[in-house]
Design a protein around this ligand. Structure first.
Ligand SMILES: C[S@@+](CC[C@H](N)C(=O)[O-])C[C@H]1O[C@@H](n2cnc3c(N)ncnc32)[C@H](O)[C@@H]1O
Ligand code: SF4
Length: 608
């Protein structure tokens, strides 16, 4: 019997994180007669290095600019010489190694079938998104089934000659060209389709196609209008509207549930109104809501001298003026100015617990029902201090653990090794008091990871587990501090395979502890949303404002809450937000922002 050749096409652009899974899922297929075609749009993030590792098993590799991914898919279809064509995105992977042999057998069983389709496994589906029940039944009996169901190319194998009959994908559709193509297939009665009750591909919901689902829905309206009868089109619009309303409702419920988890405090009316305004507004340079959180730089004095801290002279263009600590008078002026802010972080370019008014500030902010977080180096956490903290209105205590041994602590903080014992004992006291007082305050430890200390990762996890903290947060190193020009070599980059495989191996081990893994930095193509610039306002002891608590701390050149009107929409903020929302981030972003992981495309941090 004729043996089918199957052409599998993957189009990609800057997909270093996922492309290896995609490629290996194709190359590990038990079916041998596969022609693997990869069309890359000149990736710059190391994707090509990954592809080249498998070059000998790739039949056709095209690396050139294209007019979008639909154009690239068409390129692949034109080059395909197989009997059957399948398109797999670089975010997705085949479910198991027998998918293609199974499909070939099915084509042999149904020789009249022009197209076979199966099921998709949705991976990392967002909490707010539940699949409609109609989507659990994948079988499509008639064109009008597309009112409630979705079929995507990841589930579909087509005979090559079907493209001669129907044509290629229409590039005027930027996201849903495959849907348009499939609807035209299902609109022609002489074309035979068959359903196979089997999972075909893992569809990663954090991938590009899922993220574009709103644009996709709008395209679907245009497409369905073309193919549906008037009544079917109305039914589709109704179903579409109900779907969007139920997703938005679920998102709002989850948003408030998340806030409640953070803090059991009642939310005041101005805070709730501000949160709702935020929830329903689109990111724009001028914001209609006020800051959701304030980071207050209450102390620039410090009892440690960490080698990586921005208090030191730095490798990046960085100058920070050390100011006197925030007074109670200033704090009392700030609070009523930001009644709509939900949370406060006590920080500083120093140690907040050194501010003698710290507990008075916590008590005062408590009257405004703020959710409060302290970031401390932990050196002052003796029994008395721990007692005051655990009986205060603070909600989260984040102790930044500088090292995993006294010896390293001494090297990193350039302070006496016994201080390390104080920090560990302090965390233990906090945990003990949490049990005794039965409070639900969150105790977290954070750890700055840099490349030459990557091997600390397992030790840091073990230590945090033994301390029984709630959360361990790894921060990627930002090259401030007493590192010379070698500083940038210490950053953890997203294309560093050694780093990725080291971290991935650790991620596989199940743990009780919540671990927030380091976000790895991109070298270019910044796609981040930057939580801080849209949600958070930093204020120092002189009332100067800053963009974020990582790389752009307060400075009088940005603005001042006491002398400027509407600092939240000050010119510098507006310019910065416009840059973050523009397509041209690569050229316009300040160097320091390019060193911040918020620019690395993890939009989930935006928390909407
Ligand atoms: C600047 S400190 C101020 C609060 C307090 N002194 C402390 O160390 O926790 C705030 C946080 O920034 C982190 N940090 C300091 N320098 C950093 C760097 N170069 N890269 C990443 N995080 C850094 C600290 O570890 C800490 O978690
Ligand atoms: S990281 Fe914190 S503890 Fe270390 S020197 Fe900077 S401000 Fe002080």
């Amino acid at each position: 019997m004729h043996n089918f050749k199957v052409s599998v096409i993957t189009v990609c652009y800057n997909a270093v994180k996922s492309i290896e899974d995609t490629i290996t899922s194709v190359l590990s297929q038990t079916y041998r007669d596969i022609e693997y075609i990869i069309i890359d749009a000149e990736s710059t993030d190391g994707t090509l290095d990954v592809i080249n590792k498998y070059k000998s098993s790739i039949a056709i590799l095209v690396c050139e600019k294209d007019k979008g991914h639909i154009d690239a898919m068409n390129k692949g279809i034109r080059l395909a010489t197989g009997d059957i064509v399948y398109i797999l995105n670089s975010d997705d992977s085949l479910c198991d190694e027998n998918v293609i042999s199974y499909i070939v057998d099915e084509f042999k069983k149904y020789p009249q079938a022009d197209l076979l389709y199966g099921k998709i496994k949705y991976i990392d589906l967002p909490e707010y998104f539940s699949l409609p029940s109609s989507q659990h039944n994948y079988l499509i009996k008639a064109k009008r089934d597309f009112i409630k169901k979705a079929l995507c190319h990841q589930a579909v194998f087509a005979r090559k000659n079907l493209f001669n009959k129907i044509g290629l994908l229409e590039t005027k559709y930027k996201v849903c060209a495959d849907y348009n193509w499939l609807l035209s297939v299902f609109s022609q009665p002489d074309i035979k389709t068959a359903y196979v009750d089997r999972y075909i591909a893992n569809y990663y919901c954090q991938g590009a196609s899922f993220k574009n689902r709103y644009a996709c829905r709008l395209e679907k309206i245009r497409i369905n209008y073309k193919y549906f009868s008037f009544l079917d089109f109305l039914a589709f619009l109704l179903y579409f509207a109900v779907g969007i309303i139920s997703i938005e409702k679920k998102k709002i419920e989850l948003f408030f549930a998340r806030l409640k988890r953070h803090s059991k405090k009642m939310i005041s009316f101005p805070v709730a109104l501000n949160l709702i305004k935020y929830r329903f507004s689109r990111p724009s340079p001028i914001l209609s809501y006020g800051p959701l959180s304030l980071t207050l730089w209450i102390s620039d004095r410090c009892n440690l001298n960490c080698e990586f801290c921005l208090r030191n002279k730095t490798a990046v263009d960085f100058r920070y003026d050390i100011l006197p600590e925030m007074t109670m008078e200033t704090f009392k002026k700030i609070m009523p100015m930001f009644k709509t802010a939900y949370a406060i972080s006590f920080m500083g370019q120093g140690e907040p617990l050194l501010n003698k008014n710290f507990f008075e500030m916590v008590e005062y902010a408590g009257r405004f029902k703020k959710t409060m977080r302290l970031v401390t180096n932990g050196v002052l956490l003796d029994e008395r201090m721990c007692g005051r903290i655990m009986t205060s209105s603070l909600d989260t205590i984040d102790v930044s653990l500088k090292a995993c041994s006294a010896e390293d602590f001494q090297k990193i903080t350039r302070c006496p090794a016994p201080d390390y014992e104080m920090v560990l004992n302090g965390i233990k006291s906090l945990i003990k008091l949490r049990q005794q007082l039965k409070t639900d305050k969150k105790i977290a430890v954070s750890y700055v990871l840099y490349k030459s200390r990557l091997s600390d990762l397992p030790k840091a996890i073990e230590l945090a587990e033994s301390l029984k903290v709630n959360t361990l947060l790894f921060l990627n190193f930002i090259p401030f501090g007493a590192f010379d020009s070698s500083g940038s070599k210490e950053i953890l980059f997203e294309d560093d395979k050694e780093t990725i495989s080291f971290i991935n191996a650790l991620k596989k081990i199940p743990r009780k502890l919540e671990i927030i893994w380091p976000v790895l930095l991109r070298r270019s193509n910044y796609s981040g949303y930057c939580f801080s610039n849209f949600n958070n306002l930093c204020i120092d002891s002189a009332g100067n404002i800053g963009f974020c608590d990582r790389v752009l701390p307060p400075s009088k050149e940005y603005g001042n809450i006491f002398t400027d009107k509407d600092v939240w929409n000050a010119e510098c903020f507006v310019q910065m937000r416009a840059c973050l929302l523009s397509a041209n981030k690569d050229s316009d972003l300040p160097l320091r922002c390019k060193l911040c992981v918020d620019m690395s495309g993890d939009k989930s941090r935006a928390g909407k």
